[in-house]
Design a protein around this ligand. Structure first.
Ligand code: HPA
Ligand SMILES: [Zn+2]
Length: 335
């Protein structure tokens, strides 16, 4: 059933879709020496103890991305995985500073990603949006410079986000940057409440004007916050396999996705960095279906939420929700 339902993905770092095979291919193409001997060697290194231990390896891996073609190939490979998983709409993050800080032009990155997304819409019928994330371990000034640098390409982006090391880098640090981004007509989202406290979720909403919270699983520590998120239907883009791999929950069976869903929170299921966490979006759905004994109705609600939490037009949303309803009915008839 999970495969049969058309779905949207809303929390996906394009750099986190770099599979070891492509990493080797790009390293060879760009004459880059990798600190790994083989693809198996790379996969063995993907043992994480927390967010930071992942980020160190993830930023190093991104070093093989050099040319517009590299960013195109990376994005295209992800879109083919979307097609396999019946993802019909995706809103992807990219981290410009990871690339500009090592001398790659902003234009190189965005052009490669954007042209692959355009091709994806034409050839695969997958609609998409781009969200530019600021690295929160870097300064607010650096984020502001990145925002200014990106202005010629704002028409290709739906919004800005905030990622990287959470604890010690509260949302308030980026208040002015997000205010400016919103002034430019961009929407705001932010990673909050992944490893950081529920207070960071409040901060993302109040200081940054975030319309959607990435992760947000720590919200249950604060009942007033849960009430607010339910009342305002603020979407949470939850990433179960990521949370398991980065030890936000020790076991997937302990994950609070079902509990949040049953409280009426607008939770969605996403893959975050699938090449690093061992699964794309359908793998995430299947993992929680099994670990949390989700019913077919609960799975369908999560998928419905993915469209309702997205930044698509009302017209597209209506069409996708209709497709979903038809697919769900068809599945139930064949049961
Ligand atoms: O899950 C994440 N959290 C913070 N930063 C990130 N960068 C990629 N994935 C993540
Ligand atoms: Zn993320």
């Amino acid at each position: 059933m999970i495969h049969a339902l058309p779905k949207a993905e809303l929390h996906l770092h394009i750099e986190g879709t770099l599979e070891p095979e492509l990493m080797f291919e790009l390293a060879a193409r760009n004459n880059i020496q990798l600190p790994y001997h083989s693809v198996e060697d790379v996969r063995r290194a993907y043992e994480f103890s927390d967010l930071q231990s992942f980020l160190d390896i993830y930023y190093a891996g991104a070093g093989v991305l050099q040319t517009e073609q590299d960013f195109y190939d990376l994005t295209w490979a992800y879109l083919l995985r979307c097609q396999q998983d019946n993802v019909v709409h995706t809103e992807i993050f990219f981290d410009p500073q990871t690339h500009t800080d090592r001398g790659i032009h902003f234009e190189t990155v965005i052009k490669g990603i954007h042209s692959a997304l355009q091709e994806g819409e034409k050839k695969l019928g997958i609609t998409s949006q781009i969200i530019m994330c600021f690295l929160r371990h870097l300064s607010a000034e650096a984020a502001m410079q990145t925002l200014e640098m990106s202005r010629p390409w704002h028409h290709w982006m739906i919004g800005v986000g905030l990622d990287s090391s959470e604890v010690g880098h509260p949302p308030e640090k980026f208040k002015a940057v997000f205010a400016r981004a919103r002034h430019y007509g961009l929407k705001a989202v932010a990673h909050a409440g992944e490893e950081g406290p529920a207070d960071y979720i409040w901060g993302a909403i109040k200081s940054l004007g975030a319309e959607r919270i990435d992760h947000g699983v720590r919200c249950e520590d604060d009942q007033q916050l849960v009430n607010y998120l339910v009342e305002h239907q603020v979407p949470l883009t939850v990433c179960p396999l990521s949370n398991e791999k980065l030890k936000v929950f020790s076991h997937l069976e302990d994950h609070n996705l079902k509990s949040m869903l049953n409280k009426g929170l607008l939770v969605t299921v996403n893959s975050d960095d699938p090449a690093y966490f061992g699964g794309y979006v359908n793998d995430n759905y299947r993992a929680v279906q099994s670990a949390l004994s989700l019913t077919d109705d609960e799975i369908c609600q999560l998928v419905k939420n993915s469209f309702n939490a997205s930044f698509i037009s009302t017209e597209l949303r209506t069409g996708y929700l209709q497709q979903l309803e038809n697919a769900f009915k068809e599945f139930q008839q064949h049961e």
